[in-house]
Design a protein around this ligand. Structure first.
Ligand SMILES: [Mn+2]
Length: 389
């Protein structure tokens, strides 16, 4: 049995104010293409479908189109989806009964009552059944109602372990778990990156040791945006399909293609690379070097630039923006900046002349400029620019 393992689509996400819609649509197009080519028996989407709990109308349209394209493949491929911490259960669950008729299975909340269990989808191949258990993102509080009084106030690990233990998992059969949590393996901590930061709990309260996943032949995880295994080969994060921060510049985004053989055999893992229209990366060097490197191929990428010139010239940001049309950040790294950093412990952002003057004015006059003053200042800066040119 083969399946695609995906997670953390974060549809609707912006990068420093830039919409990622076109890049997301491009990677989804590549996933649909790969599904037609490789014909997996299932497609797993392990949480964080949307970036926000109240997605914009446009985000719904993007996901709707992706699902429609997947559902249009004949014969049909079941799509299994769980909610992540970014998803609103109610919103993600919209039209789920209708979607099931098209073999799209959603699970958005863990069991809340005694008679409720995890959604389980059984698919069969030549070696027998494979049981897919859908465990949506949970916090300990979500399952408090299920647990005995004395266990209320438990940890993430206890809550997940409790939910899994209630299931009658047949260890003779092959079992796959979909889960969106922060898993660790003993002392081994997985690699994290900037785009997950707000989701992870400070102090590691949300950490769950993979020993709770013993019954599973494969654990398809979501939450972390870098593809990696946790402890054993068959417990994996597939990562996000696109780079959602500069800290991911070295990530190779891909669909994880899992081939599950007979019971007891290690699953086979393959990566099917995904490439957005624009890369997300860093540029570092002198202004001249960086400007020179901006070719037609590279100048539309999302770039975080660090300029190392000791001598700072006028309107560096403007010069960069003329070549790089998707500038994410602009930093200086030279003796002056390092010295100020040492003295104040703060990095000084590089501002446009007008922004710099606004801050200066605010600091000196303890108030904002009047409209008239703003107009005067803008005119002065324009004139200075013309003279400089
Ligand atoms: Mn995520």
């Amino acid at each position: 049995m083969k399946f695609f393992h995906l997670s953390d689509l974060h549809i609707g996400k912006c990068l420093n104010g830039y919409s990622l819609k076109e890049n997301q649509e491009e990677v989804f197009r590549q996933i649909v293409e790969a599904a037609r080519q490789y014909r997996p028996d299932a497609i797993l989407i392990c949480g964080d479908v949307y970036d926000k709990s109240v997605p914009a109308a446009e985000a719904y349209t993007v996901f709707d189109h992706f699902l429609s394209e997947l559902a249009g493949i004949e014969p049909s491929i079941p799509v299994l989806i769980i909610a992540g911490n970014h998803d609103s259960p109610e919103r993600l669950n919209y039209a789920s009964a209708f979607l099931e008729r098209h073999h799209i299975y959603l699970s958005v909340l863990p069991p809340e009552r005694e008679e409720e269990y995890l959604k389980k989808i059984v698919l069969t191949d030549e070696y027998g059944p494979v049981n897919f258990y859908l465990l949506p993102f949970l916090k300990p509080g979500y399952v408090r109602g299920l647990m005995a009084e004395e266990r209320a106030g438990c940890t993430y690990e206890e809550a997940v372990s409790f939910v899994l233990k209630r299931e009658k998992i047949d260890r003779e059969e092959r079992n796959v778990l979909l889960s969106h949590q922060f898993y660790i393996s003993g002392e081994d901590r997985p690699q994290v990156c900037d785009s997950e930061q707000p989701s992870l709990t400070v102090g590691g309260l949300d950490e769950i040791d993979i020993r709770v996943l013993e019954d599973f032949d494969y654990a398809a995880l979501g939450h972390l945006h870098g593809a990696q295994r946790v402890g054993r080969e068959s417990v994996r994060y597939c990562g996000s399909p696109y780079k959602y921060s500069v800290s991911e510049e070295r990530h190779e985004k891909a669909v994880t293609l899992v081939t599950l053989g007979e019971k007891g055999k290690e699953p086979e893992i393959q990566y099917l690379p995904l490439h957005g229209l624009q890369d997300v990366r860093r540029e570092r060097g002198t202004l001249e070097e960086i400007l020179r490197r901006g070719t037609e191929e590279t100048r539309h990428d999302f770039v975080s630039v660090t300029v190392t010139d000791e001598r700072e010239s006028f309107a560096m940001r403007e010069q960069l923006e003329e070549v790089y049309d998707h500038l994410l950040e602009f930093h200086m790294d030279n003796d002056r900046v390092r010295k100020t950093l040492e003295e104040t412990g703060e990095e000084i952002p590089v501002l446009r002349p007008y922004e710099a003057f606004c801050q200066f004015y605010q600091a000196v006059r303890h108030g904002a400029m009047s409209e008239e003053e703003e107009a005067v200042m803008k005119k002065i800066i324009e004139e200075a620019k013309e003279e400089d040119a």
